[in-house]
Design a protein around this ligand. Structure first.
Ligand SMILES: [Zn+2]
Ligand SMILES: [Zn+2]
Length: 379
């Protein structure tokens, strides 16, 4: 058998219809050509479609579970076998009986592709901004060192099954109203593998793989964000029989920063300055991702104004350049004044003719008032 549809979808052989559907949807979203146009991914997309076509259809699934391939020519023609089923085993047996294709299948391989694995990795903002390398601990199945994936104890080998003589299936001739019919089914002694392992490897109990903890060094590119997945091909679970490993996905989780808030590749922070500094201008030291910098507060700066520091944000993941660091200014009005300060401020107010200010109201562009007015005018 060429393809293990269960392994393709990453489900166990006893998975129920809901589990199969869920696994398919998850993979389809991930591998859909619209999302992922890479040709290798498209090939996998076709595979999972084929796997789902078989495993979601009870009849095809039964054919497949018994060792047939419902998508190949000799098992096709869905539905035609319904009604014939009883008495002959299953649909593919009947097709075999009519077309004599029973001997074309051969034993199935003990080796199958392993499943993908995922691990979450927490990183700091500056690591996301500039990229880094991290050592991660992964727990996955690896090829058994004792039997090198063969599954047989050292000094022994797998032997050709004597019941099916290595064919992986056994045939039986029965009489029926169609005459003599030859049916075949997976060999019960070797489960269709064509070989038996008389002395399974003691290390892996014949599975060809063992669980192991490894340390991997992962290169994290600059510009990753919460939820970014880094694919490490072939670093996932080794398959049964020492089959090729699935992929490992490292999902990034960025830890919150005490000063900067990230929005896309821009960073935001707020600096609070006293009213006098806003009026007179000042320089404020700020520890940016690139080190200590002086923020130049111009004389006459208003509360709510923002000062952009270009190219001081997070590196763009694709293409060069960086986002900006945007410093929002908040002007603090002094609260408690002692008599001397109050006197000074009163003098300042008098000098500026601001003893009884009227305030300045402007028509709000996006304010509540203008929106109400628009509503009244039917705009
Ligand atoms: Zn072993
Ligand atoms: Zn056998």
């Amino acid at each position: 058998m060429a393809t293990d549809y269960y392994a393709v979808l990453g489900v166990r052989r006893d998975a129920g219809p809901d589990e199969i559907k869920k696994a398919f949807r998850r993979l389809a979203r991930e591998l859909h050509p619209d999302v992922n146009p890479d040709p290798k991914t498209q090939e996998r997309f076709k595979e999972i479609n084929a796997a789902y076509e078989v495993l979601s259809d009870p009849q095809k699934k039964q054919v497949y579970d018994l060792g047939g391939d419902p998508l190949s020519a000799n098992g096709g023609g869905a539905g035609a076998g319904a009604g014939f089923g009883q008495g002959f085993g299953n649909f593919s047996d009947i097709m075999d009986a009519f077309f004599g294709t029973a001997s074309q299948r051969g034993p199935r391989s003990r080796t199958r592709r392993g499943q993908d694995a995922m691990i979450r990795l927490e990183i700091e903002l500056d690591e996301a901004a500039f990229g880094t390398t991290k050592d991660i601990q992964v727990d996955t199945a690896i090829v058994c060192n004792t039997c090198h994936g063969e599954g047989a104890a050292p000094g022994t080998t797998a032997q050709t099954c004597d019941m099916c003589r290595g064919r992986g299936e056994v045939s039986q001739v029965t009489r029926s109203f169609l005459g003599q019919v030859m049916t075949s089914r997976p060999c019960p002694q070797c489960q269709g593998f064509g070989t038996v392992v008389p002395n399974p490897c003691p290390e892996c109990a014949g599975d060809g793989r063992i669980r192991s903890r490894r340390t991997l060094t992962v290169k994290i590119p600059a510009g990753v964000d919460n939820g970014t997945r880094i694919q490490l091909a072939g670093e996932g679970e080794v398959g049964p029989g020492g089959g090729p490993a699935g992929d490992l996905y490292v999902e990034i989780r960025e830890l919150p920063h005490q000063m900067f808030q990230r929005r896309g590749d821009d960073l935001h922070c707020t600096v609070t300055i006293p009213m006098t500094a806003a009026a007179l201008g000042t320089k404020v030291p700020l520890e940016t991702l690139d080190g200590l910098e002086e923020i130049d507060i111009r004389p006459g700066t208003q509360s709510g104004q923002s000062i952009p520091l270009h190219q001081r944000g997070v590196t763009h993941l694709r293409g060069g350049g960086r986002g900006d660091l945007i410093v929002h200014v908040e002007v603090q009005t002094p609260g408690k004044l002692d008599p001397e300060q109050e006197e000074l401020l009163r003098r300042l107010a008098k000098l500026r003719g601001e003893e009884r200010p009227l305030g300045q109201f402007q028509p709000g562009q996006q304010g509540l008032f203008s929106r109400l007015k628009d509503a009244f005018n039917g705009r």
